[in-house]
Design a protein around this ligand. Sequence first.
Ligand SMILES: Nc1ncnc2c1ncn2[C@@H]1O[C@H](COP(=O)(O)OP(=O)(O)OP(=O)(O)O)[C@@H](O)[C@H]1O
Length: 267
Amino acid sequence: MIQHVTDPVLEVHDLTVSYQRKPVLWDVDLTLPHKSLVGVIGPNGAGKSTLIKAIMGLLPLNSGYVQLFGKSLDEIRKKVSYVPQRESVDWDFPASALDVAMMGTYGQLGLFSRPGAKQKQQALEALEKVGMQDFANRQISQLSGGQQQRVFLARALAQDADLYLMDEPFAGVDIATETAIIELLRQMREAGKTVVVVHHDLQSAQDYFDWVILLNMRLVASGPTAETLTPALLEKTYGGRLTELSRVSELLHKKNFPIREKKPVRP
Ligand SMILES: Nc1ncnc2c1ncn2[C@@H]1O[C@H](COP(=O)(O)OP(=O)(O)OP(=O)(O)O)[C@@H](O)[C@H]1O
C-alpha cells in the first residue's frame, strides 16, 4: 500500500542504497504531503537511518533520486534540517548548549561572516522553546541524554527549515521530554512544516503521526496512519520479529501496552 500525493514536499524515486556493494535499501519510491508529521517505522537494520541519510545526501545512491519541494537538495539545502541519532555525535566536543543551537543559524551566514546578535537571539529562542534556556552556557558534555536531545532539537529549530528529518529523537528521553518534544513537533506542523521521525514505538506511533512509512529494506507501505498501521502491514514489515505478533491487532487497540522493539546492545 503505497499512496502518492501530488505536489509532494519530498519525493524519493526508485532509491537503492548499498554499503560495500550490499544493498540495504531497494527501489524505495514514496512521496510525502506538506504539513505532516511522518513516522518511519521498521525493525532494527531495516534501513530507516540509511533512508534519512540518503535523503540528506550523506550517502551515495546506487540508483534513483530525491527531490525536496520539487528541487534537488543542493538547491534547497537551507530549507532542510537533519537531526542525527544522539549516539552518533561526540558529546565531549567542547561547546555550550548555546554554541550548538547557534550552529543551526550558520546556513544564513555568508562564507566569512560570524554569527552575530541576531543569530544568538534566534538560538536563545530555540533553547527556550525546548525548555533549555537555563542551560545555555552549560557544556554539552555535562548535559543528560534527554537534555542533549533537546539541544539538538533547538539547533534544528534555530535553522527554521521547512522539512525536518529526525533520527530517533525520542531515544533515551523520559516521558515528560517525549511529551514536550511531540508537542513541539505538532506546533511545527501547525506552522506548515513537515517533520519526518524515525520511531520505534508502535503504540505511540498511532497517536503521533498522520503519515507512516513502513520499511524493511524495501518499502512495505507509505500512507496515512489509519490505513497504514494495520496488523497485516505490520506483520509484513516485521515478519516474525515482533514477539506475540498474533496479538498485534489486539495490542494496537489497547492503551498502555508498549510494543517496543529492543535496540541491539552495541559492543
Ligand atoms: N556504515 C555502514 N557500513 C556497513 N553497513 C552499514 C552501515 N550503516 C548501516 N549498515 C547496515 O545497513 C543496514 C541498515 O542500517 P540502518 O542503520 O539504516 O537501519 P535502521 O533501520 O536505522 O536500524 P536501527 O533501528 O537498528 O537503528 C543494517 O544491516 C546495518 O548493519
